[in-house]
Design a protein around this ligand. Sequence first.
Ligand SMILES: O=C(O)CCC(=O)C(=O)O
Length: 338
Amino acid sequence: MKSSPDIQLAESTEIGSTGICHLKRIWGKAMLGNQLNEQLINEQELDNAIINILGLGLLPTYQFLFGQKPSFEAFEQWVVEMGGGSIAAEKISQCNQLIVGNAQVNDGFEPDVLSAEDIEFWNEHGYVIIKNAIPQEDCVAGRQAIWNYLQMDENNSESWYTQSHAVQGIMVPLYREAVIDKNRNAPRIRKAFEQLWGQQGLIVTTDKCGFNPPETNGFTYRGIGLHWDVSLARPIPFGTQGILYLTDTAANQGALTLIPSFHKILESWLDGLPADVNPREFEFATFEKISIAANAGDFIIWNHKLPHSSSPNNATLPRLVQYINWYAPLQKVQADWI
Ligand SMILES: O=C(O)CCC(=O)C(=O)O
């Protein structure tokens, strides 16, 4: 335990009024900032897991903690408000199991979502498409939630280019909304991730939505180029990313673009790069890339070793999406960002 004149860093088992383990420690670490013992950085996976289980979103949580410097009581109140006024007992228990053990797994029988061919395709290409991962009515409601958030009208193309402050690049910081939560927890999506990770007990990230409207004479694509969202420090652990298409998306409609099979060569490719070449600035001009067309309700999972990005929308309708990823909560991530 480390202390500052004002703040005593809580043990992970200490609970406040919400009954959630580790929350006070997360708060305390943010308040202590750089007075913190370096070793505690190793708790990042645990911190992220608690924040994700509670559906808070990493960015909103740290924006609140660092921006507001709240008392612990105010932080707890914010956590409860973000949960819509209460926190489900099962979420509290899921958090606490990470600290005190005894993790539960879903022991009900759920049919596989990915076939043997899907898994083979995944192993070979590093991505897989789950058709009809959510029902059409949840696509309609998901789209509407995004349109409402953006204060735009699906049927009025002029409105797609207004209120652009609500969109960060192509990202829409809409995290919590009934249908967005429902899609995030869609059983077919969770089951597909469990098959790829080969385990249950995964947790889901509370991630953003996305809006990528057609380019016009006055509007150019606001996304970034091919990239990785994982550190390239070795060893690079297994990891996934996922995107739910909420609109039918043609290949030229801003679709997810990636370099298939790159997960199989990433490390050797890195080894072969000249020392003065930054892999994150590499152009990949000679590599085969594909832009994945799929329908509303389809979900794409890709191995995080694949360079990937969205793409310019050269069609006539916007692409609306939701980002969803399930992962093993305590799997180590590299602390160094390379
Ligand atoms: O929106 C997309 O198609 C890709 C998103 C992306 O690049 C990411 O999630 O890192």
